[in-house]
Design a protein around this ligand. Structure first.
Ligand code: B12
Ligand code: SF4
Length: 474
């Protein structure tokens, strides 16, 4: 039996049909000067559920984000699947429904899961024979057996508390042409004990922070090294906070040192308090830590991510400490909260200039279904569109409190542009060159810093005037 695993197109920054693509394509080499290009990552959710399909099934993974749009239809629909499994984030939902409808017209069974169907299962059910709500490990195997018996149920609800030490390795071997991707996703933990108002993580994975065994993680990375030709793939841990438990993290990072990879992960700034962990991160080639600072305005954080609000005064010191250990930080920021006035952009800009962040990414608040922000804005009648194609964290989909949607949109673009110039890159390059030379001598082996810089220079194309287009669309 043939099973299709389909990740519909949607990634704003990777897709040529998206309005942000042009501007982002031109800016990214400078924003993210340490990665080779825009990041290309396969869908781990689908590879994970594929691990439950035994040898009765032949699986085919199709990732529409990485198919030329002009040839996407035949690639997706010229397959004779018996079962079609589709995964969707919000901004993939409409395309997921299109694919699902067409397959159902062809008489195929379609099942859906992932963030969007889990938040809005009844909407997704209109396009699928069955919807999985939450994690797939305890639901998908049951669903498959029901399907084989002809007893498929409309909804499958996860317990939300899967024991990660018992789950099989994702089917990385099903990726197919693996070198289309420049980063390989690995998860070592799942869940987050916090509940920030704008975040959907708890809705999908529940409140408990759970871990795999370290050996499982090592085995997964070794499998990726086996599948991926040298140079080894860059490993991106998608965990909400890989380093939340410092003692366990140290054990994990020690194991990563022996694997000889380059890697990154999300974490919080408490890492700055642990010198031993910082040293291990450097030794293990951790290129950057992605930290969601979200805002530098205490009032904003107090209302939207209170636990971050308590630490906002320590942000700058923590960044300095972490980066001085040769580990860069990608600062993740969100603009457009109710407490943000028009000065939010200047305040953010000033903070970033002062802190020499290795990498930066900006987003505009997005009212994701299943979050408190969504419920609040919906109740206030402030959601401007439920066109999920625009739920990208780059479009303004709601009526901000202290600004117009246009002001927020323009401010976001201004920030991207301001920090995506060769001048800013040069400044950061000097800052990090000093750090690496202090740590490792004249030619630091840690990063191919100079090559990355030259490559970024080559790739800079003067952004065309796309601003009008963006503003009209949002
Ligand atoms: C890696 C990653 C990416 C990668 C690409 C991943 C890819 N190709 O799928 C990149 C960097 C390209 C990316 C881009 C974006 N991302 Co992203 N990303 C992640 C991240 C960090 C990890 C994803 C992952 O590997 N999860 C691990 C797998 C195992 O979990 P899972 O996908 O949930 O799958 C489980 C269940 O959901 C279920 N399941 C999932 N699909 C299916 C399908 C079926 C049929 C079944 C039965 C079950 C099932 O079973 C799985 C096992 O339990 C998540 C955060 C997170 N914790 O998930 C954010 C996250 C998914 N991204 C998010 C966002 C907002 C984006 C962007 C819009 C950002 C931007 N502005 O550019 C884009 C758009 C993505 C798109 N495809 O269009 C949001 C999604 C919000 C939402 N509600 O939709 C998340 C949740 C981050 C967050 N905290 O808000 N992302
Ligand atoms: S934003 Fe980060 S800290 Fe807050 S709930 Fe989501 S994953 Fe947890």
């Amino acid at each position: 039996m043939k099973v299709g695993l389909i990740s519909p197109r949607g990634t704003e920054r990777n897709q040529q049909n998206n309005i942000f693509f042009e501007i982002y394509k031109n800016l990214l080499p400078v924003v993210s000067f340490m990665i080779d290009d825009i990041e290309f990552i396969p869908n781990l959710g689908l590879l994970q559920i594929a691990a439950y399909l035994d040898d009765r099934f032949e699986v085919k993974y199709i990732d529409e984000d990485y198919i030329d749009i002009s040839t996407a239809e035949p690639v997706i629909f010229d397959e004779d699947f018996d079962l079609v499994c589709i995964s969707a984030c919000n901004n993939q939902a409409f395309r997921a429904y299109e694919i699902a409808d067409k397959y159902r017209e062809l008489g195929k069974t379609v099942v859906m899961g992932g963030f969007h169907p889990s938040a809005l299962p009844h909407e997704a059910k209109q396009h699928a024979d069955a919807v999985v709500v939450g994690e797939g490990e305890d639901t998908f195997p049951v669903l498959v057996e029901d399907w084989l018996k002809g007893e498929l149920k409309p909804f499958y609800y996860s317990s939300g508390d899967i024991d990660l030490t018992t789950i099989p390795m994702p089917r990385y071997d099903a990726i197919g042409n693996i070198t289309r991707f420049n980063k390989m996703p690995v998860f070592a933990t799942r869940g987050c004990p916090r509940f920030c108002d704008y975040c959907c993580i708890k809705t999908l994975y529940g409140p408990r922070y759970r871990k795999k065994n370290i050996q499982q993680v090592v085995d997964e990375i070794n499998e990726l090294k086996r599948l991926y030709p040298r140079p080894y793939p860059f490993i991106t841990f998608g965990d909400e906070n890989l380093l939340a438990d410092h003692e366990w993290s140290k054990e994990l990072v020690r194991a990563l040192i022996d694997l000889n990879i380059r890697w990154e992960c999300y974490c919080d700034m408490s890492v700055a308090e642990d010198d031993e962990l910082l040293e291990l991160l450097y030794q293990s080639n951790c290129t950057e830590l992605l930290i969601g600072f979200e805002s530098v305005i205490p009032e904003t954080l107090k209302h939207n991510a209170p636990w971050k609000g308590k630490r906002v005064h320590e942000y700058a010191k923590a960044i300095e400490k972490i980066q001085s250990h040769g580990v860069g930080i990608m600062g993740l920021f969100i603009v457009g909260f109710d407490q943000d006035g028009p000065d939010v952009f200047d305040r953010l800009s000033e903070f970033i200039r002062e802190t020499n962040l290795f990498d930066i990414d900006f987003a505009v608040l997005c009212p994701i279904p299943g979050t408190r922000v969504y419920d609040r804005l919906k109740a206030d009648g402030r959601i401007l569109t439920e066109n999920w194609n625009k739920y990208t964290w780059l479009h303004v989909n709601y009526q901000p409190k202290q600004m117009t949607p246009r002001q927020v949109q323009e401010g976001l673009i201004r920030l991207f542009k301001e920090f995506s110039t060769m001048e800013m890159l040069e400044k950061r390059r000097k800052y990090f060159r000093n750090i690496y030379q202090r740590l490792a001598g004249e030619n630091p082996p840690h990063f191919k810093f100079e090559q990355a810089y030259v490559k970024a220079q080559d790739k800079i194309i003067k952004p065309e005037k796309k601003d009008d287009l963006i503003l009209k669309e949002s």
